[in-house]
Ligand binder design. Sequence first.
Ligand SMILES: [Zn+2]
Length: 297
Amino acid sequence: MPTGKNKIIGIILSVILIVFAVGAFLSTDKETPEVTTEPTPTEETVTTPALPTNAIVGTSVEGRVIETYTYGTGSTTLLFVGGVHGGYEWNSTLLAYEFIDALEAGTFIVPAHLRFVIIPTLNPDGLFEVVGTSGRFIAAEIPPNDAHTTGRGRFNANDVDLNRNFDCKWKPESTWRSKVVSAGTEAFSEPEAKTLKRVVENENPVAVVFWHSQANTVYASECEAGVLPQTLAIMNAYANAANYNSVSSFDAYPISGDAEGWLASIGIPAITVELETKTSSEWQRNQAGIKALIGLY
Ligand SMILES: [Zn+2]
C-alpha cells in the first residue's frame, strides 16, 4: 500500500508545515515591535555627535584661559583658530562658536576618518577688552561702533600683535597697515603664541585654518620656501565654496612673524580666511568652505 502511506505522510508533512508557518507568522508578528524598538537606541547612540573634549591648553598674559574643543576620533586632524586679533575681530570667534554649536547639535558631522580641533579665541584678553567676556557671547552683546576701526582689542595685554610673534622672519617690530606694531621680545615670547605652538606640536594637524576679519579674501601662506602646493589647493577650495576672493601671496604691506608663515616653515599648510564684514560670523559661507576643505582629506 505505498500510495496510501505516501498520502498519509503527505498529509502529516502538510500539517507540520502549516503549524510551522502559522507559528512563524505569529512569532514574527509578536516580535515585530521588539525588532523595531530595540535597535533604535543603539542607532541613535551611533549618530549622536560625540561629546567634545574641551580642554584648557594655555592662559593669556592676564590669566584668561585658552581652550580647545575637539570633535571626532579620526587619525587626520584639522585645526581651526579664531580670535587671534581678539575683540578687534570678535566675529572670527563668533564664527568658531557657531561651528562648535553645529558640531554639538549634530547638524555638522565629523567624517569618521577626521578630527577637528577648534581654538575659538587665541587672544582672550583682547576679546575681553571689547566684548566683556572671553568665553561664549552673542553678537547682540557687543557695543555698537566699537573697535571696528580703532584696532582696540587687537593686541594682547602686553600690547603685542600676536600674529607678528611667530618664528617666521621674526623682528621685534612689524607692521599693521601703515602702523608699527610690537612683535614681542622674541619669537614665541607671548603666552598665547606659545600656546598655539604647543597645540600644533601636540595635535600635528594636516592643515590649519585661521579666521580673521575683514578683507573678504582667503590668503595662502609662506615663509622662506614659498607657498606649499597643498596650501594653494586648500585656499582655492575654501575660497570657491565660501565665495571669498583668493590671494596666494599677501603683499599689501610687509609682515613678519605671522603664525601662518611659521606653519609654512614647518611644512604645515595654513590659510587665513578674512571674513567680509566685522559684524557677522558668515557661518553659512564658512560652513561651505569647511566642507570643501574636508573634501581634500
Ligand atoms: Zn586679524
